[in-house]
Design a protein around this ligand. Structure first.
Ligand code: SF4
Ligand code: SF4
Length: 112
């Protein structure tokens, strides 16, 4: 682990990289806000009536490029995705949850 602090005091582990990650943060619920410019066919409405990024049966956001395990709409991704910091505590926590699921052979499912 190699910790640095951003200007807003968020603790970042600079040894973490999206290039060696299965885009596990893209299994989380992503709210789509009115100012977001997401292609409409990728947007769904959840049980609370809120607009969210649609997800596939595997639980990953429908916009994930499964060959490269990265965002296929990077320039149009929602603001909430833009704010999710690589190496942040939230990122590290999702990576740890995923690692445990894989290690224990737990079927991967939608994460809320
Ligand atoms: S932000 Fe974190 S959890 Fe998301 S793809 Fe990058 S390394 Fe993985
Ligand atoms: S829009 Fe892109 S960055 Fe956001 S969850 Fe979907 S695939 Fe991930």
């Amino acid at each position: 682990m190699s910790i640095e602090f951003r200007d807003d005091d968020e603790e970042i582990d600079t040894s973490v990289s999206c290039s060696s990650c299965d885009a596990v943060c893209c299994r989380l619920t992503v709210l789509v806000m009115p100012e977001d410019k997401v292609p409409r066919h990728l947007v769904a409405r959840n049980e609370h009536g809120l607009e969210v990024m649609a997800r596939g049966e595997d639980g990953w956001c429908i916009a994930v490029d499964h060959h490269k395990m990265c965002c296929s709409i990077y320039d149009q991704r929602p603001g909430i995705c833009r704010k999710f910091a690589m190496g942040s505590a939230y990122c590290r926590s999702e990576r740890e949850i995923y690692r445990e699921q894989v290690a224990r052979g737990i079927p991967l499912a939608v994460v809320d």
